[in-house]
Design a protein around this ligand. Structure first.
Ligand SMILES: O=C(O)c1ccccc1NCC(=O)[C@H](O)[C@H](O)COP(=O)(O)O
Length: 239
């Protein structure tokens, strides 16, 4: 299973092309008015269509579209589904397990639940969600004074996640950037990595060069990890 790379908080067609051209398979569109990356429903529809357009010039597959909301009610989620038909709904608020399940069943798409990680107790919570079959995006916990619950460019102690027995199912997030993503991938071998601030020059302004550098670094570290795992497997068979 290849590493999923998600570039979040895209708000222009150009930045979607940069992400797709660099080889990121997944893009995130933020619907949260207090965010510098907020896109309204019309913009979300246009961007989602652009992300899925055939792009022989980019020679890549259509991107997977994730719509990010914070404690959205069913009316808002229905409006997002109607406008942009996202492949995944990212829940970045206080949604509990019952709410996440209800959303999956009502809207017929998988959710990606964001959980903030600051200590071993948070890892225990993540374990429970994982056992319940919900895909997780493990992010830094926002400070109390934060005006939004994510997209803050804050990292956390990744070593906490080594206690999480996983099958590459979770997506790692929070303060990743082109310089640190390889180390994180080598340490944890997550199923995916997600970035927003780390590929920007200012909040909400994506950088083509930083996106390209992030994707290249993440991909190379994942391929290195895959080769090492294959080598270990070969040795085990020979032993
Ligand atoms: O991006 C936002 O402004 C935002 C607002 C409200 C909820 C979530 C938000 N962003 C989430 C993300 O972009 C990422 O999934 C994640 O938090 C990592 O962000 P970053 O640390 O900036 O790379």
């Amino acid at each position: 299973m290849a590493l999923e790379i998600k570039i979040c908080g895209l708000s222009t067609n150009d930045s979607i092309d940069w992400a797709r051209g660099a080889g990121a398979g997944t893009i995130g569109l933020v619907h949260f008015p207090r965010s510098p990356r907020h896109v309204d429903l019309d913009a979300m529809a246009t961007l989602a269509a652009h992300a899925r357009r055939a792009a022989p010039d980019l020679a890549v597959e259509p991107a997977r579209v994730v719509a990010l909301t914070v404690d959205a009610d069913d009316d808002l989620l229905a409006a997002i589904m109607a406008a942009a038909a996202p492949d995944v709904l990212q829940l970045h608020g206080h949604e509990d397990l019952a709410r996440a399940r209800a959303i999956e069943s009502r809207f017929g798409v998988p959710v990606l639940k964001a959980l903030g990680i600051a200590d071993a107790a948070d890892v225990g919570v993540a374990r429970e969600w994982s056992k319940a079959g919900i895909r997780l995006l493990l992010d830094a916990k926002p400070p109390k004074e934060a005006t939004r619950p994510g997209g803050l460019g804050r990292t956390f102690d990744w070593s906490l996640l080594t206690a999480l027995d996983h099958d590459r199912s979770f997506m790692l997030s929070g303060g990743l950037d082109p310089d640190n993503v390889a180390e994180a991938v080598r340490l944890l071998r997550p199923g995916g990595v997600d970035v927003s601030s780390g590929v920007e020059t200012a909040p909400g302004i994506k950088s083509r060069n930083r996106i390209a550098a992030f994707v290249a670094a993440a991909r190379a570290a994942d391929e290195e990890g895959a080769a090492a795992a294959a080598g270990r497997q070969r040795k085990d068979i020979e032993a």
